[in-house]
Design a protein around this ligand. Structure first.
Ligand SMILES: C[S@@+](CC[C@H](N)C(=O)[O-])C[C@H]1O[C@@H](n2cnc3c(N)ncnc32)[C@H](O)[C@@H]1O
Length: 282
């Protein structure tokens, strides 16, 4: 555990203040995970999510979301977390890369097979804040965790990953959770091309099926976040992957939720969402 000897009365909040707008979205996801973790019969328990919110100096969640889009996004965030938890472990692969890991604590809370090495890539301020909170809490990773500060919109990230010990000869499971929507189509294609170039046969890529975000009208409180959405490859994500060396399966979020006894609130224009699991064939 790292001892905090700073005289700053709120060193966590000071670090959180360094987060860019897009990186602050990681706090929004932590808030969702803290909310689910506090409910009866949660679909996962994230023991650090609330610590991130507390350390950031932002108000603690006292009640569930109220507006329809907020309720949908929270429900989706919960389903997304559980889906990827399950699929990451089911992949049976010992090299894991969390692209835009944010405040994801899977390195700490999932039961990884021995020998698993997990890379977390995100912008420096997020990883700095995250590390500070985890050290304060004495968190210990359940795998070999490598935190790699890098801008995924800069092609240099692949060299840094390789220099950090990533082995392109081994199958990898990649997770791009809540990331592609913040990239434009060109950036998303460049990122996924780089991922493909580092993916040995048998590798897997987990991400969301995109959608057209140009007409999204956000309710109060969400506009700041939805203004950051660039859409990634939109509804063409699955076709793009299949045309670039992946074989891609789709899981509808509604069906996945129903299988867990949950229902997603219906919000017009937001139907047909789901998760992609692509397997590297070439
Ligand atoms: C909605 S959060 C998702 C975080 C995490 N995947 C999760 O689900 O908890 C989006 C994350 O993308 C990261 N991000 C956005 N653009 C990025 C970029 N160009 N390079 C690295 N990380 C980026 C942000 O810093 C933020 O942590």
């Amino acid at each position: 555990m790292t001892t905090n000897e700073s005289t700053d009365p709120a060193p966590g909040a000071h670090r959180a203040a360094q987060l860019s707008p897009v990186s602050r979205t990681a706090l929004a996801v932590a808030r969702v995970r803290a909310y689910e973790s506090s409910r009866p019969e949660p679909l996962f328990t994230d023991p650090y999510a609330l610590a991130f919110i507390e350390a950031s100096g932002t108000p603690l969640p006292t009640e569930g979301p109220t507006g329809p889009l907020a309720r949908l996004l929270v429900a989706r965030g919960i389903m997304r977390t559980r889906f990827y938890d399950d699929r990451l472990l089911a992949a049976g692969v010992r090299q894991v890369v969390l692209l835009a890991a944010g405040l994801d604590t899977r390195a700490y809370r999932l039961e990884w097979p021995s020998g698993t090495r997990l890379f977390e890539v995100d912008l420096p301020a997020v990883l700095d804040f995250k590390q500070w909170v985890l050290d304060e809490r004495g968190a210990e990773a359940a795998c070999e965790r490598v935190a790699l500060p890098a801008d995924l919109a800069d092609p240099g990230w692949t060299d840094r990953l390789l220099a950090a010990g990533f082995d392109p000869g081994q199958p990898t499971v990649w997770l791009a959770e809540g990331l592609l929507v913040y990239l434009d189509a060109e950036q998303a294609a460049a990122l996924l091309t780089a991922v493909g170039g580092l993916s040995a046969p048998g590798s897997r890529l987990l991400t969301e099926q995109g959608r057209d975000v140009s007409g999204v009208r956000a309710e109060a409180g969400l506009a700041e976040m939805t203004a950051l959405w660039r859409g990634g490859l939109g509804s063409g994500t699955i076709d793009w992957l299949d045309a670039h060396g992946w074989q891609t399966g789709f899981t509808a979020i509604d069906g996945f939720a129903a299988g867990l006894g949950r229902e997603l609130p219906p919000v017009g224009g937001f139907d047909g969402a789901g998760f992609l699991e692509a397997c590297r064939t070439a």
